[in-house]
Design a protein around this ligand. Structure first.
Ligand SMILES: NC(=O)c1ccc[n+]([C@@H]2O[C@H](COP(=O)([O-])OP(=O)(O)OC[C@H]3O[C@@H](n4cnc5c(N)ncnc54)[C@H](O)[C@@H]3O)[C@@H](O)[C@H]2O)c1
Length: 264
């Protein structure tokens, strides 16, 4: 039956990257997955990838920063899967994803007002909307699990991507408050703080530049950069009953890079 047998997991931004790999991992443990992303093409491909591996998935296209889209995604989960048990708020932008989102990785002085609002709107606003409309559904069901993706940028200062950093810090604080408020209703909420993870978000800027990629790996105690699989296994732990007494916590999945005193 697997660790997530009979569970339904709604994963935002799961058309690619960490969300897609988590969808595949959760499905391999028996969960039915609601795949959400911005465009139909990536959603369809992700649903097919899960199904081709023998899993169950349904697609729900939608922008996490738009209330009507979020309600439609939740409606799909309700109508097709009878609700959901795991809400994994993974969608995010703002750390250099220049090709697709046209957002610069700026410090606060160079960050445009538009970029600031857009990044906060998607990264924190998306979690606000999914929790605002999703938590009552989890409570009706007798409880559930929320996993919110922040970043190591929420735990340590970096030189740039300040809007992103602000959004990830907000996610960390909000998740703690959600855990405190809704724990008595049977909801656990934890934050994932990925480190350097090779996905499209950072591939062209940090990973494919060999000198940068090597510098980061060399300064990581575990001596490599991360993969979406590294994150998905921790997400699985947080989604499953293995973590039944864990809530309000933040989990860095970073090979130990934030423990390092300085890059050399
Ligand atoms: N890759 C890293 O090194 C790293 C490090 C720390 C945190 N993170 C966080 O991990 C999460 C997953 O990122 P990833 O590494 O898989 O990057 P990614 O860019 O490959 O994936 C992000 C996904 O979110 C989707 N998305 C973006 N805006 C959306 C919106 N408004 N509505 C719905 N979907 C939307 C994208 O289409 C994409 O499929 C993000 O929250 C990111 O900030 C990534």
């Amino acid at each position: 039956m697997g660790q997530l047998g009979n569970k339904v997991a709604l994963i935002t931004g799961s058309g690619r990257g960490q969300g897609l790999v988590a969808a595949q991992r959760f499905a391999s443990e028996g969960a039915k997955i609601v795949i959400n992303d911005l465009d139909a093409e990536s959603v369809e491909a992700a649903v097919a990838a899960v199904k081709n591996a023998g899993g169950e998935a349904v697609g729900a296209v939608g922008d996490v920063s738009k209330a009507a889209d979020v309600q439609a995604v939740l409606q799909t989960a309700q109508e097709v899967c009878g609700g959901f048990d795991i809400l994994y708020n993974n969608a995010g932008i703002g750390y250099s994803a220049t090709q697709r989102f046209g957002i610069a990785m700026s410090d606060i002085v160079n960050c445009t007002e538009d970029d600031w609002r857009r990044i906060l709107d998607i990264n924190v606003g998306g979690i606000f909307l999914f929790c605002k409309y999703g938590i009552p559904k989890l409570i009706e069901r007798g409880g559930g699990v929320i996993i919110n993706t922040a970043s190591i940028a929420a735990l340590r200062g970096a030189q740039d991507a300040h809007a992103y950093t602000a959004s990830k810090g907000a996610i960390l604080a909000l998740t703690r408050a959600i855990a405190v408020t809704y724990g008595p209703k049977g909801i656990r909420a934890n934050t994932l703080c990925p480190g350097v993870i090779d996905t499209e978000m950072i591939h062209d800027t940090l990973i494919s530049e060999k000198n940068i990629s090597d510098l980061l790996a060399r300064n990581t105690p575990l001596q490599r950069n991360g993969t979406p699989q590294d994150v998905a296994d921790v997400a699985l732990f947080l989604a499953s009953d293995q973590s039944r007494f864990v809530t309000g916590e933040a989990f860095a999945v970073d090979g130990g890079i934030i423990q390092h005193i300085g890059l050399a």
